[in-house]
Design a binder for this molecule. Structure first.
Ligand SMILES: Cc1cc2nc3c(=O)[nH]c(=O)nc-3n(C[C@H](O)[C@H](O)[C@H](O)COP(=O)(O)O)c2cc1C
Length: 166
């Protein structure tokens, strides 16, 4: 798959089959995430791969959509704002940019490995923190369900080129 085909193949997967996910695929994805760039190479992140039933239930409770319950794995993508680079001229904290890059590495690597995935930000952050799953100093930024996909490829709806590129 060339990079454009990968971009076309990645889509938000909201239905997963119960098939187990091979460990080699997870190891590959973990390494692709580890290689992501970050401002001043601060790597202000941590990723928690959750696959135990009891912990998954806690995460499902933080995102009120039934489809996420079909995912056998959820990755909690955490940012560390204290560790992240702050721009000198205005103090802008780059943790959100850094975590977004690494999270998209996760999603593209998962797609390349044939795994469904989806960015999820519309979860209850406070409730997730209160589960006790989140280490000190980190803030949950994105949830990424992972698993063998049970949905069909869809065409992309995107702005036309002339509205995207000036
Ligand atoms: C930052 C971000 C947050 C998102 N949050 C959610 C979410 O909470 N729930 C959801 O179902 N999809 C979420 N999505 C998925 C988008 O709806 C989806 O990427 C977009 O509609 C384009 O569709 P595609 O991913 O299938 O190409 C999110 C995507 C991004 C990039």
């Amino acid at each position: 798959m060339d990079f454009k085909d990968l971009c076309l193949a990645r889509q938000s997967c909201r239905q997963y089959s119960g098939e187990p996910v091979p460990q080699e695929k997870l190891d590959y994805i973990r390494e692709c995430v580890r290689l992501a760039p970050s401002a001043v190479n601060k790597q202000p992140w941590r990723f928690l791969l959750i696959d135990k039933k009891e912990q998954l239930e806690k995460i499902y409770d933080c995102y009120n959509r039934d489809w996420i319950r079909t995912a056998p794995i959820v990755v909690i993508c955490l940012k560390n704002e204290a560790e992240a680079w702050k721009r000198g001229c205005d103090g802008h904290n780059h943790a959100d940019i850094d975590i977004a890059i690494a999270t998209e590495h996760l999603c593209l690597a998962a797609t390349e490995q044939g795994l469904g995935n989806c960015w999820v930000c519309n979860f209850d952050v406070d409730r997730l923190v209160s589960t006790g799953l989140i280490p000190e100093g980190f803030t949950p930024a994105v949830l990424v369900p992972l698993g063998m996909p049970a949905d069909e490829p869809r065409p992309k709806t995107r702005k036309p080129m002339n509205e995207v590129w000036g």
